[in-house]
Design a protein around this ligand. Structure first.
Ligand SMILES: Nc1ncnc2c1ncn2[C@@H]1O[C@H](COP(=O)(O)OP(=O)(O)OP(=O)(O)O)[C@@H](O)[C@H]1O
Length: 560
């Protein structure tokens, strides 16, 4: 950046020197008919020209590395920050808006840092220097040129205000379009199967149309402002030429001085003309920076407390102690005083009607969210007192919606256990009944498509289950991980899973009675509290609500 600035200033100084040489050429060698003097001054002008060209070359050469380097560094910070932000942040934000901030907004900022900002500094210094030189050459005309800054200032202010609004609108709209593209790509099957392709295309056309309209309005603002900016120096030049010629005729000014004056003034045309573009670029990057900082300034809500420490794996007792929970930014109390003890090595099934808060309850264990009141302990230590990376190493999770990344099968499975051997992977795959991966074209090294879309729902769930099991977690959280499996495969997985669950403390959100059989005990969640805890048969015999919940969950699952 320093190189950019120094070469920018050096180049401008060289170009400003040329008119002063011209003045001396006209008033000296040309007036006297001195050929040798002309050659000398001509060579000097050439030297300045060469120096300017060299500096421009260095500036262009260094600019890419500086600007692209800055952009990459900011993008890196933004991505790292997004990883630290809690799940609740991502619940609230459309991914397209994040995408446009990480891509197009950073591009706008880069353009400003590499061009706009440099030209703003260089052009301002050029402007002030030229005005000072003009005042020195012939002050009455110098004052005329200086006064032309007043209308420029007024136009610039008007333009800046209008443009700020338009830039923000354009960037928001770009985010909305990115969101729509992302949603369409992810939901393509649903859109196709409902025959809504044309409807979605129409919606996209509307959004794109709005983007186009804002962009055209914005371009209109810039072109109107540029025309005004253009007019001012050209009108001033006309005044200078007329008044200057009269002054030369009256003997107050030499021709050489007038030529130098006019040449210097021509050097002002570019800084003034570029003003519109620089302001536009500045306003765009200001709104882009605002948008990036909306993300950067969001403090991660789930973080390590100063007391947080690394703990050694203990027996694995998980205790919920009067746990209350509402999602950030909402008033609805999802959990209202949950008391539950999961004993070491025990598998506890969580059962409740749809929307009763089962997923919310188990999300608190790996601290995807923090309880709003009460506490959860692991072997007697409050979860908030365990370092996050340690806690997440101890707790393995598989959710109903399995997310697979655009990587090989092996990389997907070993996400939580990067050093796992092939034998360990084979064991995990066997538990999850996911042996089908060996039949894929490149076996474990097969790259699976975006979100594993080339696999079936059941296949994806089994991979996600293998991933959770492979990490040999101390506490396993399984949120209905078998919902997409057919009855036969589920039975096979259940058998294998039963062996894994034997030695592990587990929380299992389940709907189907067949999976409940895996659990040692069952907790019934109702009205944000644990209404009953016991073995499946105890609850069946003594708790009518339990029977009702299971009946309600079983009916659609078995399609009868
Ligand atoms: N990210 C979120 N932000 C705000 N509210 C949420 C969020 N996720 C869930 N909720 C609300 O919290 C309540 C409990 O949802 P949760 O997903 O925990 O229920 P569940 O028992 O797991 O349901 P299901 O059996 O259908 O999976 C619901 O009323 C839901 O609307």
């Amino acid at each position: 950046m320093l190189w950019l600035l120094l070469t920018g200033l050096g180049g401008t100084a060289a170009s400003l020197a040329v008119p002063l040489v011209v003045q001396r050429v006209v008033d000296g060698p040309v007036a006297r008919g001195d050929a040798y003097g002309l050659l000398l001054l001509g060579a000097l002008a050439l030297l300045f020209g060469v120096v300017e060209a060299l500096l421009i070359f260095i500036r262009r050469w260094t600019h890419a590395a500086a600007a692209v380097g800055l952009e990459a560094a900011i993008r890196d910070d933004l991505y790292a920050h997004l990883q630290r932000l809690p799940v609740s942040f991502h619940d609230r934000w459309q991914s397209g808006q994040l995408l446009s901030r990480a891509t197009s907004d950073l591009g706008v900022i880069r353009r400003f840092l590499s061009f706009g900002l440099i030209y703003l500094v260089v052009n301002t210094i050029t402007y002030v220097t030229v005005i000072a030189m003009l005042l020195r050459l012939y002050w009455p005309l110098g004052l005329v040129v200086a006064a032309s800054a007043v209308p420029l200032f007024v136009f610039a202010r008007q333009f800046a205000r209008g443009y700020l609004w338009a830039s923000r609108a354009l960037q928001e709209q770009q985010g909305d379009v990115a969101t729509l593209v992302e949603e369409t790509a992810v939901g393509l099957r649903t859109i196709r199967s409902y025959g809504r392709s044309r409807f979605m295309a129409g919606r996209f056309a509307d959004e794109i149309g709005e983007l186009r309209d804002i962009a055209i309005d914005k371009a209109g603002l810039l072109s109107r402002a540029s025309a005004k900016f253009d007019l001012v120096p050209n009108l001033t030049l006309a005044v200078v030429l007329v008044v200057g010629s009269i002054a030369v005729a009256g003997g107050e000014l030499t021709i050489g001085r007038l030529v130098a004056f006019a040449s210097l003034q021509l050097l002002l045309i570019w800084p003034v003309e570029s003003l519109g573009w620089i302001i536009a670029n500045g306003q765009e990057s200001m709104t882009a920076a605002d948008r990036v900082f909306e993300v950067m300034d969001t403090r991660p809500a789930v973080t390590d407390t100063p007391r947080a420490r690394t703990v050694e794996p203990g027996p694995g007792r998980v205790v919920f102690d009067d746990v209350h929970f509402s999602y950030p930014g909402t008033t609805q109390q999802v959990l209202r005083g949950v008391d539950l003890e999961v004993r070491p090595g025990e598998t506890m099934a969580i059962v409740g009607v749809t929307g009763s808060g089962k997923t919310s309850l188990v999300s608190l264990v790996p601290r995807l969210y923090d309880a709003t009141a009460g506490r959860i302990t692991l072997d007697g230590t409050d979860l908030r007192d365990i370092r996050l990376d340690c806690l997440r190493g101890l707790v393995g999770v598989a959710f109903e919606e399995p997310v697979l990344f655009s990587m090989s099968v092996r990389e997907n499975i070993t996400l939580g256990a990067p050093g796992a051997t092939d034998a360990q992977i084979a064991d995990a795959l066997a538990v999850a009944q996911a042996g089908y991966v060996y039949e894929l074209p490149w076996g474990l090294d097969t790259r699976i498509g975006e979100q594993g879309l080339s696999l079936s729902g059941g296949q994806r769930q089994r991979l996600a289950l293998a991933r959770a099991v492979l990490a040999r977690p101390h506490v396993l959280v399984l949120d209905d991980p078998l919902s997409a499996l057919d009855v036969h495969t589920e039975a096979l997985v259940d058998d294998a899973l039963a062996r894994v669950l034997k030695g592990t403390t587990a929380l299992l959100v389940v709907h189907r009675p067949s999976t409940i059989a895996l659990a040692d005990r069952v907790a019934l969640l109702a009205d944000g509290r644990i209404a009953a805890v016991g073995t499946h048969s105890e609850l069946l015999a003594t708790v009518p609500t339990y029977r009702a919940v299971l009946a309600a969950e079983t009916t659609p699952a078995h399609g009868s």
